[in-house]
Design a protein around this ligand. Structure first.
Ligand code: AHM
Ligand code: MG
Length: 335
């Protein structure tokens, strides 16, 4: 049973048996992620200051090229994950193709692939609004000893062995699952340690918050328009509250704590919506289900979709179970 305030290090050791495979591997993977997260957090916190010191794209006093924060975060996570003998491949929103990691001995003995969005919602950085990192972890399916292949990344979300996000917010949190519930750790920036602040996180079964970019209303499918009208109707516990940060990690994090639904549907402008299945929707869907919520494309379970492309997009409805079911009801009716 998770104990509030224990450190992430203690938690990993105490819960090693939860990982379906070798326990040391989980520790190494989560350790590399928590380390990269601290470094990125430090950089994200300086966002406004860096602009004062020198615009991105310029060379700093050490002669290093200053980078945009999403590129910086991408490099940091790749560097940290590559340095441990555990990851054989990485796919990222920032890279067109996946990266093969042969391992220090060049013998392709590492077992896991990581898919990530290193800095989701990065357009929010300039205005000091929370952003996040999202990660998804699978065991490779091609034979050990050979270079990782596209099929290792194109696995359905129901095969994830771990997933999580980091939210760089008013405080910085690491929230993750290995398939045994969801636990949230808050960073104490003075000590550089993560503490279990949100043990066993659960989506309330029902909620009163709906999160969607309503500016796209005219472009939405009829089912979504009807559901939005339902949310706004004065009846029972409605109208609901509308909350949309435009940073999916923050929107879903809030809804997980307070109860709500997050939607990024398809529209007449974008036939599959905006969000990417492999490193945005699948990890958030896995966490959501592990927290008792539901995630769908409006009709079927996100985690059962068989991916065909690394950067494929999918409509996304995610949150409190009863709210997602209600949205699906409207989608079906309008079909
Ligand atoms: P990004 O990966 O380019 O940052 O885009 C993903 C983000 C999500 O965090 C957020 O939910 C969505 O884009 C907001 O999009 P929009 O501005 O169209 O509402
Ligand atoms: Mg993104």
């Amino acid at each position: 049973m998770p104990k509030k305030n224990q450190t992430l290090g203690e938690f990993i050791i105490e819960n090693q048996s939860d990982f379906p495979y070798s326990s040391g591997e989980l520790s190494r993977l989560i350790n590399s992620i928590r380390l990269a997260a601290k470094v990125v957090n430090h950089e994200v916190n300086k966002a406004g200051l860096v602009d004062i010191i020198g615009a991105y794209g310029e060379t700093n006093v050490q002669g290093e090229d200053q980078q945009k924060l999403d590129v910086y975060a991408n490099n940091k996570f790749i560097q940290t994950l590559t340095n441990r003998e555990i990851v054989c491949g990485i796919a990222s929103e920032e890279n067109d193709d996946f990266i093969q990691i042969e391992g220090h001995k060049g013998d392709h003995q590492n077992k896991y692939v990581v898919l990530m969005d290193p800095l989701d919602g990065s357009s929010n950085i300039d205005v000091n609004v929370s952003v996040g990192t999202i990660f998804s972890i699978y065991r490779r399916v091609t034979p050990m000893g050979t270079p990782v292949q596209l099929e290792d990344f194109l696995q359905p979300g129901n095969r994830q062995v771990a997933a999580g996000y980091i939210i760089y917010g008013t405080s910085t949190m690491l929230v993750y699952t290995t398939g045994h519930g969801v636990n949230g750790f808050t960073l104490n920036p003075a000590l550089g340690s993560w503490y279990l602040s949100h043990p066993d996180m659960k989506f309330p079964e029902n909620g009163q918050i709906y999160s969607i970019n309503e500016g796209n209303y005219v472009h939405f499918p009829q089912g979504v328009k009807d559901y939005i009208k339902y949310c706004q109707e004065e009846k029972g516990d409605r109208p609901y509250t509308s909350r949309y940060i435009g940073s999916m990690v923050s929107d879903i994090h809030r809804n997980m704590i307070k109860g709500g639904i997050f939607m990024y549907p398809k529209s007449s402008k974008a036939s599959d919506g905006k969000l990417r299945l492999l490193y945005e929707c699948n990890p958030m869907a896995y966490l959501t289900e592990q927290a008792g919520g539901k995630a769908s494309d409006g009709f079927k379970r996100i985690l059962d979709i068989k991916p065909t492309e690394l950067h494929q997009r999918v409509p996304f409805f995610c949150g409190s179970k009863k709210m997602v079911e209600k949205a699906e009801e409207f989608m079906k009716k309008a079909e």
